[in-house]
Ligand binder design. Structure first.
Ligand code: PRP
Length: 251
């Protein structure tokens, strides 16, 4: 089993490119011919990651820095949102500005619990977004996702114009993310309009997602080394939900 992980890690060769916003992104090859995740390569992200990965970082600081990383991730995830021209008047003259196109609806989806850390930032940044929640936890023995909350409407009006940002800081086996993505595809959302936003991910999870849904986009702060035998991300940061909500030790 160890050999498989090492082999996977070895094939994560990175190509670096400038994106439209001018900062560097990495597009590592996770062994797939066509698609790759977008890994933000930014000194501030590196610094913030060093804080949230540290086991001695307390919950208050963990929350703060996870949100700072989320800000940068959401900027990247929203850079191609369509805009429309609006005429306004500054104190000095009439001018035309660009606003987010209100006819193209944006869903921000939190995979509970840990996804709330990213979505709390996304909600503040994206005007007019619809906020949705999917409750899921990963069974400790099987590592499969168990869904416990889903209040999505049975149908969406005009799903082909809806863009969906699914947020969860951790992409480990990819089981939880896959379940969430399927819920939206079943309702007619286009695969190419789905972006999965995470803080850290394992090559195994990335590969699983992009094999199943080759048209989605994955945006992440770090592509980590591997999963361990308990399917935890290595080096990772532990359990993001427990660290964010300060539930590491039972009361
Ligand atoms: C974690 C994490 C993801 C999932 C990732 O949630 O936040 O939702 O596990 O694992 P996967 O890619 O193998 O599915 P967890 O089960 O710890 O629930 P929590 O957010 O409520 O803590």
């Amino acid at each position: 089993m160890k050999k498989v992980y090492i082999a996977l890690f070895m094939c994560v060769a990175c190509a670096r490119t400038d994106n439209d916003a001018g900062h560097k992104v990495e597009k590592p090859n996770v062994g797939l011919s066509q698609n790759s995740p977008i890994v933000l390569n930014h000194p501030l992200i590196a610094h913030y990651l060093s804080i949230i990965r540290n086991k001695n970082t307390k919950a208050d600081e963990f929350r703060e820095y996870l949100k700072r990383i989320s800000n940068i991730l959401i900027l990247e995830a929203t850079k191609n949102l369509p805009t429309v021209a609006v005429n306004i008047e500054t104190p000095l003259k009439k001018t035309t500005c660009q606003c987010i196109d209100p006819s193209k609806r944006i869903f921000i989806v939190s995979i509970l619990r840990a996804g709330l850390g990213i979505t709390s930032v996304a909600e503040d940044m994206i005007p007019g977004a619809v906020i949705q929640h999917i409750g899921m936890y990963r069974d400790e023995k099987t590592h499969k996702p168990v869904r416990y909350y889903n209040r999505l409407p049975t149908t969406f009006t005009n799903p082909s114009v809806i863009r969906v940002l699914i947020c969860d800081p951790m992409l480990a086996t990819g089981g939880s993310a896959s379940e969430a993505i399927k819920l939206y595809l079943e309702k007619g959302i286009k695969e190419e309009n789905i972006i999965f936003v995470c803080v850290i991910g394992a090559p195994e999870g990335v590969k699983k997602l992009l094999e199943a849904f080759p048209k989605i986009k994955i945006i992440m702060a770090s592509l980590d080394e591997k999963l361990n035998e308990k399917a935890f991300i290595i080096p990772g940061l532990g359990d993001a939900g427990d660290r964010f909500f300060n539930t590491m030790t039972p009361d």
